[in-house]
Write a protein that binds this ligand. Structure first.
Ligand SMILES: Cc1cc2nc3c(=O)[nH]c(=O)nc-3n(C[C@H](O)[C@H](O)[C@H](O)COP(=O)(O)O)c2cc1C
Length: 186
């Protein structure tokens, strides 16, 4: 798939099934992520790959976090949290590892992580896999950060759900460029 086609046809898929990317395909996707623009080459990112039984354990932590916030959580909501990580055969947790640097503020490191995640999504798509970038309250929850062994200087940029599209991809609606782009003439 050529670059322009990959850029214009990538869509998010909530319904994801087996197969997950092979080790080779995953390596290609991470190589693409590691080529994100990165001011002063701080490498302010790292990733966790969660598959198989570990997804169930993540679901148990989602449930614990939900119950910690609301011990009266309805049973249906408890079941939803427990099963959330089972929505895909693989989850990649993208983490910004903020580095102290006189010239690179944290916001630039967050932007670099965003660019890295987009590279990851595109590389997966170009190899025939599908994904969805998700966040929500779980990314900020202390219990989840602790379960994933995040350090104080780290932040979860997203849970990227990865697999094979369970339903055909929709053609994304292309927006009008002119609605978003102006020429500045001083
Ligand atoms: C940082 C970030 C966090 C997101 N978190 C969620 C989320 O928690 N739940 C969700 O449904 N979509 C979330 N999205 C949006 C989807 O990943 C997706 O981009 C959106 O549904 C548009 O679909 P498309 O990628 O096919 O254009 C998030 C996107 C970004 C960039």
């Amino acid at each position: 798939m050529d670059t322009q086609t990959a850029l214009l046809t990538r869509t998010s898929h909530g319904a994801l099934t087996e197969p997950a990317p092979s080790a080779g395909a995953l390596n290609q996707a991470f190589q693409a992520a590691l080529r994100a623009p990165d001011h002063r080459m701080l490498r302010p990112w790292r990733y966790l790959v969660i598959e198989g039984q570990a997804r169930q354990r993540l679901g148990e932590y989602f449930l614990q976090a939900g119950l910690a916030d609301n011990p009266q959580l309805a049973d249906v909501e408890q079941q939803r949290l427990l099963k959330m990580p089972l929505r895909a055969p693989m989850i990649i947790v993208a983490i910004t590892t903020f580095k102290e640097d006189a010239k690179v503020p944290f916001v630039e490191q967050t932007l670099s992580t965003g660019a890295a995640v987009q590279n990851l999504l595109l590389a997966l798509h170009a190899q025939g896999f599908a994904s969805m970038w998700r966040t929500g309250w779980v990314v900020e929850h202390t219990l989840i950060k602790h379960a994933l062994s995040l350090q104080a200087h780290e932040q979860i940029a997203g849970f990227v759900y990865v697999g094979t599209a369970a339903t055909p991809s929709k053609n994304p609606t292309l927006l009008n460029v002119t609605d978003f782009v102006q020429t500045w003439q001083g």
